[in-house]
Design a binder for this molecule. Structure first.
Ligand code: FAD
Ligand code: NA7
Length: 570
């Protein structure tokens, strides 16, 4: 009796069809019951399986459960294993295949290989609509953090040149920026990083294939290279680390004539007068360095600046950019982009409509840069074939606190995770810790709380913990104390630049010894400043401890340790 698969007549066809491919060579037995003595059969079933209902599935004597449990076992691969349709772990090609060789995927692969596992990384860049593509390393290295920070630095140097006259530097030559020289230098550096990544994978014996990966059946991916050649690979475990790609507006002319950050950092010609669409950090950072390089830059904002960040800080960033020559068009969204003139750059006409009224805006630009968010690369990698669930609204992958998807042998890390931070160090940490848990006997999970970050706008913004709005929501305004201070970096005094613009703010929870729950700073080197405070916050920093900490003089970081911070809410 234990080898019975008892099924209701109505289920027979449906179940049989879905299990058909798995039933070959299996030891499964199917019985169709037309019995009058149903209740007594049910009684026996309860005694044997704790389950009264049918279908009631056993495979090789092992009780699986009802219809839902059988589907679940199929989705997570257990059923196939029991049926003997899948190779044993030791006969998989790899212990681990990682789809995506960016920040998270590379970190995870190298750690797993260090722990003695046979690992493969598939990394493939689908070219942008304009045909831009790049090498191994993912977004951060090629079209994210690295080129962005280097171009920000190029802009800061322009500012430093201006400041230098006040410090006594005299130079005759006309100062101007050469876009091509900068792009070449940045791309050469990126090229060296791409090469370094390939080398380090080889050193660790990780198999790297420059191919697009997609699941074709449980534990099996199809890998397609640039020439369309296809190979198949199996693994016991998979990690999804496919990251995100820029979104397009879905209006006439967007894919034909607009660029995104994926194109900007290797653009072979100076973009000229530029319209940046969007008010995300990517938008403001790009607008900031383009303006810093001397270009005429306009930002078109649909609603607010820097959604998700502290809004007081966001507005201060916007105000600073505006005083430094960036134009903001607020509450408008583009409806059409037309080409007026071909060229490098050409000339484009943008039509936009107001989000709050009938007004129409028309403007001419050399370049239109879309920075309106990024979509997770999860919809074309065969996840539905193996039953991995995604959040249908945003394409992101929900995982448990061990980065495991609903299919137990499939994990996900980095930007594609639902509800997690999209930052390189987060992806790296999650990837490394995942490999250690899978193969190193570790139980340490990735801590997504109090992760510091910096927005590299001309006035840099570092933050750790909660935005003031979020802190109010979480703790209640009456339970918070907010301390803040404007400051003037010493270096800016001689050129007489931007007095009362830099700003620092901490948000403390009165109910918990004035513990710091939010840290925000606007000023030079904000990232360097914020990193140390993040460690302190992780250690449970309170306002009292901050006051007791003696500052380093003269620095910007000392400002928060001084009594100059005063209460704004009592
Ligand atoms: P990615 O690094 O995006 O890597 C995914 C890789 O998988 C890519 O190479 C992709 O081509 C590949 N891939 C996708 N699908 C497949 C497939 N089916 N088969 C094979 N390969 C595939 N973060 C910071 O911490 N600091 C910053 O200053 C910062 N600045 C940024 C600036 C910009 C303009 C952008 C866009 C992002 C920035 N980020 C920054 C975010 C950071 O780049 C990401 O958080 C990080 O790269 C995420 O890593 P990941 O491993 O999840 O994905
Ligand atoms: P975000 O944070 O999702 O921001 C998207 C921005 O673009 C935001 O300002 C939006 O305005 C704006 N947006 C979105 N759609 C439109 C349309 N249709 N028209 C005009 N403006 C629009 O994306 P990011 O680019 O910052 O990047 C996400 C990740 O990329 C980030 O975490 C890093 O990993 C890199 P809204 O506020 O919604 O009105």
């Amino acid at each position: 009796f234990l080898k019975l698969l008892v099924i209701k007549k109505t289920f027979l066809l449906q179940l049989f069809q879905s299990l058909m491919p798995l039933l070959e060579n299996s030891l499964i037995y199917l019985f169709h019951l037309f019995l009058d003595d149903g209740p007594s059969i049910q009684q026996v079933l309860v005694e044997l399986t704790n389950q009264r209902t049918v279908p009631n599935v056993f495979v090789n004597g092992k009780h699986i459960g009802g219809c839902d449990a059988t589907y679940k076992a199929y989705e997570n691969g257990t059923l196939q294993k029991l049926l003997g349709n899948v190779k044993d772990a030791e006969t998989y090609d790899y212990d681990l295949i990682i789809i995506g060789g960016g920040s998270g995927g590379l970190a995870c692969s190298k750690e797993a290989a260090t722990l003695g596992k046979k690992v493969m990384v598939l990394d493939y860049v689908v070219p942008t609509p304009l045909g831009t593509t790049w090498g191994l390393g993912g977004t951060c290295v090629n079209v994210g953090c690295i080129p962005k920070k280097l171009m920000h630095q190029a802009a800061l140097l322009g500012q430093a040149l201006k400041d230098s006259r006040a410090y006594g530097w005299q130079y005759e030559e006309q100062v101007k920026h050469n876009w091509e020289t900068m792009v070449e230098a940045v791309q050469n550096y990126i090229g060296s990083l791409n090469w370094g990544y390939r080398l380090s994978l080889r050193e660790k014996s990780v198999t790297y294939q420059n191919s697009y990966g997609e699941f074709v059946e449980p534990h099996k991916v199809k890998a397609t290279n640039r020439k369309g050649q296809v190979t198949y690979h199996t693994a016991e475990t998979f990690v999804l680390a496919t990251g995100e790609r820029p979104r397009y507006l879905g209006i006439p002319g967007d894919k034909e004539y607009c660029i995104t950050s994926d194109d900007l950092f290797s653009l072979p010609y100076c973009p000229g007068k530029t319209l940046v669409v969007g008010a995300s950090y990517v938008a403001l950072e790009c607008a900031g360095f383009l303006a810093g390089l001397g270009l005429d830059v306009t930002v078109m904002v649909r609603s607010i600046l820097l959604r998700g960040f502290d809004q007081e800080m966001a507005e201060k960033i916007g105000a600073h950019m505006e005083t430094h020559g960036v134009t903001f068009i607020r509450k408008f969204v583009p409806t059409q982009v037309e080409r007026l003139e071909d060229g490098t750059p050409g000339r484009l006409k943008v039509t936009a409509k107001c989000t709050e009224g009938p007004e129409i805006f028309e403007g001419e630009y050399n370049t239109v840069l879309l920075a309106i968010g990024r979509d997770a690369c999860t919809r074309n990698i065969g996840l539905q074939t193996i039953g991995v669930k995604i959040n249908e609204k945003n394409g992101k992958v929900p995982v448990n606190d061990e980065e495991q998807t609903n299919v137990p042998y499939v994990y996900a890390i980095g930007d594609i995770l639902d509800g997690k931070l999209e930052l390189t160090p987060v992806a790296i940490q999650a990837g490394k810790l995942l490999a250690r848990r899978l193969y190193g006997g570790s139980s340490t999970k990735c801590d997504y709380i109090n992760v510091p970050t910096t927005v590299f706008t001309p006035l840099e913004y570092g933050s750790c913990g909660l935005a003031e709005e979020k802190a109010k929501e979480e703790y209640g305004e009456q339970n918070l104390e907010v301390y803040h201070s404007l400051f003037w970096p010493l270096e800016w005094t001689i050129p007489g630049r931007d007095n009362n613009t830099c700003y620092a703010k901490i948000i403390c929870n009165k109910l918990d010894s004035n513990r710091v729950v939010g840290f925000h700073v606007l000023g030079p080197n904000a990232g360097e400043v914020t990193q140390g405070f993040a460690a302190a916050i992780k250690c449970g920093l309170t306002k009292e401890l901050l006051d007791e900490t003696i500052g380093i003089h003269p620095t910007c970081a000392e400002v928060r340790a001084k009594r100059a911070l005063f209460k704004t809410y009592l």
